[in-house]
Structures are given as C-alpha cells and as structure tokens.
Design a protein around this ligand. Structure first.
Ligand SMILES: [Zn+2]
Length: 257
C-alpha cells in the first residue's frame, strides 16, 4: 500500500479507508500565471500543493489533486491578464469548480475540507463556490460539512516578516514573483528557478484603483511586482515552516482535532 498524503498517489480503496476514518481533505488552488523571467508559470500550483502537503503531514489530512488554473491575474497583484502565458479562468468557472469539488468530496463522505490557496485573485470566488455548495448540501439534508479557506501567506506572522524583509516589506499583493515565492521555489523546486534571470527592481508603484482595459505600461516589464533578488532557500524554509504551522493550528482548532 502506498503511503502518501496526496490523493493522486493513492488507490481508491486506501482513499476510501482514509475518508472513512474522518481524514480532512485539503484542496490546493493555484494558477497558470507568468512569474517573471526566473520562474515557471506553475509557481502557484507547486507552492499551494507543497504547503498543503506539509499541513497534511501534521494533521492526518489528505491533499486532493490541485485546481491548476485560477482566476484572472490582475495588474495590482499579479501583473495582469494581458500578459501572454498567464492563462486564466473566468469567475463563474472558478466558482463552479470550487462548488463541484466540495459536492464531490461530500459525496465521498468527507466532512472537513480546506482550500489552500496560492493565487491572490482566487479567494473570493472560492468563497462563493463553497457557500453555494454548502447551501445545496443543506437543502439536501447534509448539515455537517465544514470548509475552511486559507491563503498560505496570511499565516506568515509579523516576526517572520521582520526577519525575512530587513529592508521593509512591500505587502503581499506586491510579492508577485518576489522574495516569498522565489524563496519557496528555491527550497522546493530549485531546478525550476533561474536566479541569474531575476529582475532586481524596486517594488512597483501602482494606483490604488483598477482601470479596464489594462494599461500594459503600469506593469513592470519583468512581470514581477517586486524583486526576488534577496530570495534564498533558507528564507523559503522559514516561510514554509511558519505558514504551514499556522495552518496546522487553525485546522486543528476549527476541526476539533
Ligand atoms: Zn504566484
């Protein structure tokens, strides 16, 4: 029998046993989005999956196959969806996907579900999909499904931020392709990072509003919103440890484990 927290690795019989034992299921949610010249399009998929894997090890959870595509990249948090390479879903599709997966896991008998989000723009549409699914389950008489929504960077505490950003923290929205994601990639997937291609730029200065259609000139040419030059695998380890520990605590507390 394969020992893995990843649902994709398990046979259906082992999966059913784990679900019958009450294992929570974590759903990583990513995007296919440009992350500058130094990292692959799949960063948000790889990092949400790794975060969910680390959390699963400490909570007896399983990790569902990730939602690979995400909601449209925005100029103020991901460079914008006008950039070639970024390949996104519309909101209705993200909502429907989240809803379908909650209903499918509930059909399996899963009662504790957590989305582990790795792409800023997804969050509210996941929320809506979960809300619609729970409404449908309630009407069908199923009242005991509980779903958590987490974006992993929200679990990096102020102490870690002070340690990791001695020259000042640009804010999570401007972290696109910056120290956070580059450090985690250096730790988890170093072969996919080209540090010699990092655009060492000051944090982008963006308006406090959106205007559509996008104005390509306000996104830095690299597509990154801050520099990843100060990224290291050691910082990635701090980020992985702090964020996963925070999510473990939240899951244990909310799911009564
Ligand atoms: Zn990203």
């Amino acid at each position: 029998m394969v020992r893995s927290v990843f649902m994709e690795d398990l046979d259906a019989f082992t999966y059913r046993e784990r679900v019958a034992d009450g294992a929570p299921v974590l759903i990583p949610v990513g995007s296919i989005e440009q992350h500058g010249p130094h990292m692959p399009l799949s960063v948000d998929v790889l990092l949400s999956k790794a975060m969910a894997g680390a959390v699963a090890e400490h909570t007896g959870s399983l990790v569902a196959a990730p939602i690979v595509y995400g909601y449209k990249s925005q100029q103020r948090s991901g460079g914008g969806n006008h950039l070639t390479g970024s390949t996104s879903l519309d909101a209705a599709t993200v909502i429907a996907t989240a809803k379908s997966l909650v209903l499918e896991l509930a059909r399996h008998g899963v009662r504790k579900i957590a989305f582990v989000n790795g792409h800023y723009e997804n969050y509210q549409f996941l929320y809506e999909g979960v809300d619609l699914a729970l409404g449908e389950l309630r009407l069908a008489g199923t009242q005991d499904v509980r779903v958590m929504l987490m974006s992993y960077w929200d679990f990096v505490d102020d102490d870690a931020i002070a340690e990791l950003y001695p020259d000042g923290f640009p804010g999570w929205d401007l972290e696109h392709g910056g120290v956070l994601e580059t450090s985690l990639m250096l730790l988890l997937h170093p072969a996919l990072v080209a540090m010699d291609r990092v655009a060492d730029i000051p944090p982008a200065v963006l308006p406090t509003y959106d205007l559509l259609p996008a104005r390509p000139e306000i996104t830095p040419p690299s597509g990154c919103l801050s520099s990843g030059a100060a990224a290291t695998a050691d910082k990635g380890q701090v980020l992985l440890d702090r964020a996963s520990a925070g999510m473990v605590t939240a899951i244990r507390s909310e799911f009564g484990m």
